[in-house]
Write a protein that binds this ligand. Sequence first.
Ligand SMILES: [Zn+2]
Length: 84
Amino acid sequence: MDDNSFYLYFGIWVVFIFVGYFLGQAKGNGPAGAFMGAIFGPIGWLLALIVSPEAKACPFCVTRIPYAATVCPQCGRDIPPPVK
Ligand SMILES: [Zn+2]
């Protein structure tokens, strides 16, 4: 591998990470998507869409609720935004 192909592959890798991040973000977990993209590339994008958490536990009633929820549908309390 010469220097030029190194930068080419590195650039592609960065694209994998960014696309993975945006796919993960759409599922409520950008960093996980970026990680999947970095490790697995396009396959990681699929993994990010499939396995990214879509639910979280309400901190008050511990019910599983949608990841992006800001109000718990079970107990009606405000949910703090996810910690980055
Ligand atoms: Zn709740």
